[in-house]
Ligand binder design. Structure first.
Ligand SMILES: *Cc1c(COP(=O)(O)O)cnc(C)c1O
Length: 307
């Protein structure tokens, strides 16, 4: 079956390379039709669930995952229900509805929306998890297949981490392509740093609350497989500020004319701020993971708020 994601551009960024004093490659998954890399894993998982007989797709994400499920459902001709909390922005709801999915608003927090979504699922439905599903990881691993096919092998890979699904997929893709020697630089924002704190503690911790504005990175706890990846694969964990992430989004807009959200700006901030973790590498490759709900106006507001 034809995948629901597209092959995205990969190139060496002149402005970021000059700035960082090393070769900086960009994999532009912000250009996926639903706005982020999420369609790789979620698209693959939804195709597989529908092939196995699922009659409806359900999600409780008001962000890029929900948009990806809605996009997948439209292409697979299956109805989609997305249950979101009242805090979800009008723009996010509009993007989901634009894909033809039904949006149900319930509760003050994601937990409440997720409880309703979970209780709504019957045996012919499937509740699609945004990051903790081996099918999702398998879909995300196509990022590495594409990069390897193009003949590029970077010194290190820079990637943003929320619940860790993208990380799991990349590590799987690297294993399959014989890249187990390529370290991952895992980036989070302060207040959404559940991987960094887990690495430090030596076990998976749960954050009491998410205080970063990069809500897409706001999983209180990373998935178990992501924690295993921090041990099975060479990995350095770094944490940037919200301000650094937003400022990186603004600089990236000037440098490459693309709006991305702070979750993605976090990875770019590692380059723009010259993180010492990059120093050992002649070349790094940044997964420009995207973000569909952010607007230019929103970026300006965040920049004011985090200044
Ligand atoms: C989902 C998402 C992330 C985090 O991915 P995880 O698989 O949860 O670690 C980062 N950036 C963007 C733009 C996302 O949509």
């Amino acid at each position: 079956m034809k995948p629901l994601h597209i092959e995205t551009p990969l190139f060496e960024s002149r402005p970021l390379s000059l700035h960082a004093g090393r070769s900086v490659w960009l994999k532009l998954d912000a250009l996926q039709p639903p706005g982020s890399f999420k369609i790789r894993g979620i698209g693959f998982a939804c195709q597989e669930y529908v092939r196995r007989g699922a009659k409806r797709l359900i999600s409780s994400s008001g962000g890029n995952a929900g948009i990806a499920v809605a996009y997948a459902g439209r292409h697979l001709s299956v109805p989609v229900l997305i249950v979101v909390p009242e805090t979800t922005s009008d723009r996010a709801k509009a993007l989901i509805r634009q894909e033809g999915a039904e949006v149900l608003v319930h509760g003050d927090s994601w937990q409440e929306a997720n409880e309703l979504a979970t209780s709504t699922v019957d045996e012919s439905d499937v509740l699609v998890h945004p990051f903790d599903d081996p099918l999702v990881w398998q879909g995300h691993s196509t990022l590495i297949d594409e990069i390897a096919r193009s003949g590029v092998k970077p010194g290190a890979l820079v990637v943003s981490v929320g619940g860790g699904g993208l990380l799991c997929g990349l590590v799987e893709g690297m294993r399959q392509n014989g890249w187990s020697d390529v370290p991952v630089i895992a980036v989070e924002t302060e207040g959404a740093d559940s991987l960094a704190q887990s690495v430090r503690a030596g076990h998976r911790i749960e954050l009491p609350a998410i205080t970063s504005l990069a809500i897409t990175l706001g999983a209180k706890k990373i998935c178990a497989r992501a924690f295993d990846c921090t041990r099975d694969h060479p990995l350095r964990s770094i944490v940037v500020s919200d301000r650094g992430a937003v400022s990186a989004c603004q600089r990236f807009l000037d440098d490459h004319r693309l709006v991305v959200e702070p979750a993605c700006g976090a990875s770019l901030a590692a380059v723009y701020e010259g993180a010492p973790e990059l120093e050992d590498f002649e070349s790094v490759l940044v997964i420009v993971c995207g973000g569909a709900t952010t607007t230019l106006e929103q970026l300006r507001e965040w920049a004011r708020a985090s200044a």
